[in-house]
Design a protein around this ligand. Structure first.
Ligand code: ADP
Length: 521
């Protein structure tokens, strides 16, 4: 057949075809190829075929793109390979390629047939990744219904799937894999998996090529986008009917959600364990605290009983001590009840116009039995300090601050109580010369059951509820409670409450710290 006739025949072909000589220089481009690739024969004649190939696909295993495809003809047994080629105007185009050769020496010709589906829409400038997956599925695999079904499964699987050959070059992947990897399909196809920086992944690829299954779990760092995705992957060898490993496939799962669910579960578990620990600690302390007054109370009642039986005179001090222990017991139980009421939002307050100076004085008088060798200094303004509040609950707050000041300071030291007026607020300060509070724990002092480490390791009793209850009461009065303290140098607790005269009190700024630390609540 004459060369001209032959050219006409090729031009009449529906499938695009590019013919090259033995040195991979383009000698012919039929009409269909011109139309598909946007090049004219005159522009490409004599050019290397590599002009049509994106840079990253230029070399496979040290061979040119065409050499590589020719070398794999037997393994592919006529099946096309999906690749990207460059159009004349720049964008890449995904096509199926089959190659064949004729002649030898200077007459050698390489025929590259670019196969398109009859359903494939005419060339569009849209990059392939932006076309619908349905179009890509149909376009890329026009074969039998079985193949199409296979392709649909491959494309729509909710797991990332990819396939690589023996070199190992990534030949195909689905959209889910593209999403997980965070790189475009164009970047992924043609990628040599041994060039990946993650050695654990390359080891899995090698295992698959050696005929073994391999598993990977870790954070995949996308080289191109820098995206980090926690993944789990299974690598499996692809083995031909005669038992030869021809490549491998990978199934990749994005485990981001599982990871965060696991992290959330661990957090909840830690919190639950911490809550159990706090509860257990609290039960130990509470049992101890509740039992402490019972022993002396029981002893005193027994002694009282004996005296009465023997008709001996009863010492009033004995009765007073017994009563003190009962009062202590009642106070502990009341604290427990108040704390649960606060948690349930049911601690009732009864507000009325009242004199804070009067409440402080009553609280100080109530401390007479407990003050022991402590000195208590009290200073207050001449005028009455009137507020709107619940006298019973405010007495509870002040009594708690005084009890703590006495409890956490040495017997012969001084506790200073100062009542003052500052702007729209009445300001009460209770200062002691005691053990103080570690700075890093001051923030937690007003939390339920919290006890600073310098008291829990010593023999100071307590449930860690007084300040928690006090904060609730003070805040519900529109006031604030805070502390300034240094370990070993005492503590000063402040309570600021709005004066009765202040209809809308300007919020009180915390007092500037004077060298020692300060916590506001
Ligand atoms: P409790 O005294 O029964 O433990 P509180 O709620 O009254 O409970 O106090 C909580 C914690 O605050 C105490 O355990 C203690 O660590 C610390 N604290 C309170 N007042 C003082 C104080 N004046 N000096 C030192 N530490 C104090």
């Amino acid at each position: 057949m004459a060369g001209e006739d032959f050219g006409e025949l090729l031009d009449a072909m529906a499938d695009p075809l590019v013919a090259c000589d033995g040195e991979e220089r383009i000698v012919y481009l039929n009409f269909a190829a011109e139309r598909l690739l946007g090049w004219k024969l005159e522009e490409l004649a004599g050019q290397p075929f590599a002009r049509l190939v994106p840079q990253r696909l230029h070399s496979f295993d040290g061979q040119s793109f065409l050499c590589y495809l020719l070398g794999r003809r037997r393994a592919l047994s006529g099946r096309p390979v999906r690749v990207f080629l460059l159009r004349q105007d720049g964008p890449e185009l995904e096509v199926e390629v089959t190659v064949g050769t004729t002649g030898a020496g200077s007459r050698e010709r390489i025929a590259v047939v670019l196969r398109r589906s009859p359903e494939f829409p005419d060339y569009t400038d849209e990059p392939l990744e932006r076309q619908s997956s349905a179009v890509r599925t149909r376009a890329a695999h026009p074969g039998s219904a079985g193949e199409r079904a296979y392709q649909l499964v491959f494309e729509n699987a909710p797991l990332g799937l990819f396939h690589f050959d023996i070199t190992p070059t990534l030949l195909a992947c689905n959209d889910c894999f593209v999403r997980i990897m965070g790189s475009s399909k164009r970047m992924l196809i043609g990628l040599n998996l041994l060039t990946l920086q993650d050695e654990a992944i390359t080891a899995c690829v090698r295992d698959a090529l050696a005929g073994r299954h391999a598993y990977y779990e870790g954070d995949y760092h996308a080289v191109t986008s820098g995206k980090v995705t926690p993944v789990r992957a299974h690598f499996a060898p692809c083995v031909s009917a005669d038992g030869e490993v021809q490549g491998g496939l990978g199934i990749v799962e994005d485990v981001t959600e599982q990871r965060s669910a696991e992290a959330e579960r661990s957090r909840l578990l830690r919190e639950a364990q911490e809550a159990i620990r706090v509860r257990d600690d609290f039960l130990t302390i509470a049992s101890h605290e509740l039992k402490t007054p019972l022993t002396p109370l029981s002893l005193r009642l027994a002694s009282l009983e004996r005296r009465l039986e023997r008709r001996e005179p009863v010492d009033p001090a004995l009765l007073r001590h017994a009563r003190q222990h009962l009062v202590r017991l009642a106070a502990l139980i009341n604290d427990l009840l108040d704390a649960s009421r606060i948690e349930a939002g049911r601690l009732a307050l009864h507000f009325e116009p009242t004199r804070l100076d009067g409440i402080v004085e009553r609280a100080l008088t109530g401390m007479d039995a407990e003050r022991g060798q402590h000195r208590i200094d009290y200073s207050h303004p001449e005028e009455p300090v009137c507020i709107r509040g619940d006298p019973y609950r405010l007495d509870q707050v002040i009594a708690n601050l005084l009890e703590n000041a006495l409890k956490y300071s040495p017997a012969d030291s001084t506790v200073s109580v100062t009542l003052d007026v500052s702007g729209d607020f009445a300001l009460l300060a209770v200062a002691d010369e005691g053990i103080g509070i570690p700075r890093d724990q001051q923030e937690q002092l007003f939390e339920r059951y919290f006890r600073a480490r310098n008291v829990s390791v010593t023999s100071y009793g307590g449930l860690g509820l007084g300040l928690y209850i006090s904060r609730d009461i003070v805040e519900r009065h529109g006031g604030r409670i805070w502390v300034e303290s240094e370990v070993g140098r005492g503590a000063t607790f402040y309570v600021a409450l709005p004066l009765l005269s202040a209809a809308n009190p300007t919020p009180l700024e915390p007092r500037p710290s004077t060298g020692s630390s300060q916590q506001v609540h």
